[in-house]
Design a protein around this ligand. Structure first.
Ligand code: URA
Length: 433
């Protein structure tokens, strides 16, 4: 077999067979196929797409390129969740304790990642002494005992994705549905869960800007999951404005605590319950989604989900006094209010601008070596649909003096205030299964 023939086949719009996909993935990972040939193939895939069997084979050989986590020692049906990412998205930290309180084992390996705020691990590290490194044995024991553990990834999961993602980044081939779907699903499948719920974000602050694009990505990922024997459900959720009111690492932990105390913002609570409901139904804890939602709301109102958060933080060495009193979370030195410049109604908050603003303050990282400041962030006092008066505070920046002017300007521009009252947008667009 020759790589040049595989490239030509895909360039001409034909379908690659299992052997050809295996040859290209294995050759790329072992170094026998060079970047320039893989670049050409990626561009051919970008233009010509892949059919269901190609994208499933691609995912399968990507999974097999590295370690695959074995969670067999964990009792029960393991369900994982994944979000395609958005501004203010702290749902994993709400859903983890909530679903664990319902009895579903959550064995999650998370990343730090690049982005507007830190990843799940960075947020957890806002809690004093929280340990994200556990041995495999501790990890398994914690999940069996407490139903939840969240740790950093140590295994060599999907090396093919690491190489391919870096190459896609510099060859303008990131935005390709088969390449995104195989990248996400290979990592989820290698992480060992029996079933996967995908939160596919749609809107200005998301990877997928339109519902049609998001639906196509969701359908492709669900199809991959099924063909590789993982029950998979995808939910299309709104990311036109940031999720919840807090952006930044410690800020977001504070908001997680509020939701788990049944006192959180409506959008964040509803999206978390919707994803958690799908997870509990996949795990056969509840018979249907509506019953699941009722039972999960009870776990928020009777304190069980909050108690599970405390138990989880304690099991990983974190200081639980922070959970009981979020004022003990890291605090920025400066708090600067942003005020409305006219009367009216908030008709848009551009999520991407808010995200960039948070990153400029130091809440996120552009390169993997940057250090995060857990204490900085943004609080949005007004959300889409809210009435505002001129001079009223719409947002507050929490910072330690870096880039405050630029961040303020971005937040001002992100808010669109109009004379007409507008309906808040739909939170959940669709469920694909
Ligand atoms: N996230 C991933 O993990 N991979 C992609 O290709 C895009 C987003």
């Amino acid at each position: 077999m020759r790589m040049v023939d595989i490239i030509a086949k895909k360039r001409n719009g034909n379908t690659l067979n299992e052997e050809e996909i295996k040859y290209f993935i294995n050759g790329y990972v072992d170094g026998s196929i060079p970047d320039y040939q893989v670049s050409a193939l990626l561009m051919s895939i970008f233009y010509n797409g892949m059919n269901n069997s190609e994208v499933s084979n691609l995912t399968k050989f990507m999974v097999e390129s590295g370690d695959v986590i074995n969670l067999d020692q964990i009792k029960g049906f393991k369900v994982d969740k994944h979000s395609t990412g958005g501004v203010g998205d702290k749902t994993s930290l709400i859903i983890g304790p909530l679903v664990a309180a319902a009895g579903v084992p959550i064995a999650k390996m998370s990343g730090r990642g690049l982005g507007h705020t830190g990843g799940t691990l960075d947020k957890l590290e806002s809690i004093k002494n929280f340990k994200i490194e556990l041995t495999s044995e501790q990890f398994i024991n914690n999940v069996n005992k407490h139903k939840i553990a969240i740790i950093g990834q140590t295994a060599n999961l999907v090396p093919a994705d690491k190489k391919l993602y870096s190459l896609r980044d510099v060859t303008a081939t990131v935005d390709s549905i088969p390449l995104i779907a195989s990248s996400i699903m290979s990592k989820k499948i290698a992480s060992g869960a029996d079933a996967i719920v995908l939160d596919v974000k749609v809107g200005s602050g998301a990877f997928m800007k339109t519902i049609d694009e998001a639906r196509k990505l969701a359908e492709t990922m669900v199809q991959i999951g099924k063909s590789l024997n993982r029950k998979t459900v995808a939910i299309l959720t709104n990311m036109d404005e940031p999720l919840g009111k807090e952006i930044g690492n410690a800020n977001e932990i504070h908001e997680v605590i509020q939701v788990l105390k049944n006192n959180g913002p409506h959008d964040l609570t509803e999206i978390s319950i919707t994803i958690a409901a799908q997870m509990t139904v996949l795990a056969n804890v509840y018979d249907d989604i509506e019953i699941a939602k009722i039972e999960l709301r009870k776990l928020l109102s009777n304190g069980k989900a909050f108690e599970k958060l405390v138990e989880f933080v304690m099991a990983q060495g974190g200081d639980t006094s922070v959970i009981h009193d979020p004022n003990l979370l890291p605090k920025a030195k400066v708090h600067s209010d942003i005020k409305a410049d006219q009367d009216g109604f908030v008709s848009k908050i551009d999520a991407l601008s808010i995200g960039i603003s948070a990153m400029l303050l130091g809440a996120g990282r552009k390169t993997k070596d940057e250090v995060i400041d857990h204490s900085v962030g943004i609080t949005l006092h007004k959300k889409v649909g809210d009435k505002v008066n001129q001079g009223e505070v719409i947002a507050t920046i929490h910072c330690n003096n870096s880039n405050i002017d630029e961040s303020t300007d971005l937040i001002h521009k992100a808010y669109l205030i109009s004379n007409e009252a507008i309906k808040s947008s739909k939170l959940i667009y669709d469920v694909i299964q």
